[in-house]
Design a protein around this ligand. Structure first.
Ligand code: MG
Ligand code: MG
Length: 260
């Protein structure tokens, strides 16, 4: 069942998503060699709670922390740990909050110090593909248009698209219908309607598309151990315009010329 949102509900969802955006900026302030992902988690949780919201991920299906931190070959759902980040690493920080009864959800992949140009290209392409997907998310279009836009853009540059994890509808529940794959065929799938709110989140691999789950039951890792990137926005599909409810503006203000 797809729940269409009213204008009032979309404004509440914007509040949740802007809090996610500001949380990612707080995390971005301390991403550097020597910091642990548990320290990033602590900053995120405290910031979310100090803004009268609840971390959506904490306890979700038993997830132990407030953010997912996926380092290097970890694709998604990495569990924060006491291992220090080091120069040249990348870390995707996926964050969700529940505020006023609605969830926000967004993810940004950060560089730790200087990363190689090969990895920087992967990050740039993945982030650009997110905006290609958003451009395709128009009233009257189809879900497959979004996946096609992401997939064709990334594959043309030699990268591969993860199949096992996808974007999703979002609202009172963090994961609602429909599923939003990052691959697909144009003109295929669910009709996009005014009032749909979806999280679009390309997970793109430098090498092959295959991933496997680590024994912790959460962390997805690339099978070839090449790096993976992940960017996510929550988007409202409205007549006239596609409205990005989350934002990278805050995080990129913090990063300055180190923004992806
Ligand atoms: Mg997310
Ligand atoms: Mg999501």
């Amino acid at each position: 069942m797809i729940y269409l949102k009213t204008d009032e509900e979309i404004e509440l969802m914007r509040e949740s998503n802007l809090l996610v955006a500001r949380t990612l900026a707080e995390v971005g302030k301390i991403v550097k060699p020597g910091v642990t992902t548990l320290e990033l988690d602590k900053v995120a949780e405290e910031f979310i709670r100090s803004n009268d919201a609840i971390p959506s991920f904490l306890g979700y299906g038993g997830f132990p922390n407030s953010i997912c931190t996926s380092v290097n070959d970890q694709v998604v759902h990495g569990i924060p740990s006491d291992k220090e980040l080091k120069e040249g690493d990348i870390v995707s920080v996926d964050c969700g909050v529940l505020k006023n009864g609605f969830h926000g959800d967004s993810c940004y992949t950060f560089c730790v110090g200087e990363v190689s140009s090969e990895i920087m290209s992967l990050l740039k392409t993945t982030k650009e593909s997110l905006y290609k997907g958003i451009e395709a998310a128009k009233v009257g279009g189809r879900l497959g248009d979004i996946g096609y836009a992401v997939q064709s853009y990334c594959e043309a540059k030699g990268y591969s698209v993860v199949r096992e994890f996808v974007g999703h509808g979002i609202g009172h529940d963090m994961h609602e219908d429909p599923m939003v794959p990052n691959y697909g065929r144009r003109g295929n799938g669910v009709l996009l309607k005014d009032g749909m709110v979806i999280a679009i989140e390309p997970m793109i691999n430098l090498g092959k598309k295959d991933v496997y789950l680590q024994p912790d039951g959460w962390t997805a890792v690339t099978a070839d151990h090449k790096y993976a990137a992940h960017y996510e926005h929550t988007v409202a599909i409205r007549k006239g315009k596609t409205d990005i409810l989350s934002s990278f503006e805050y995080v990129e203000q913090v990063l300055g010329n180190k923004a992806i």
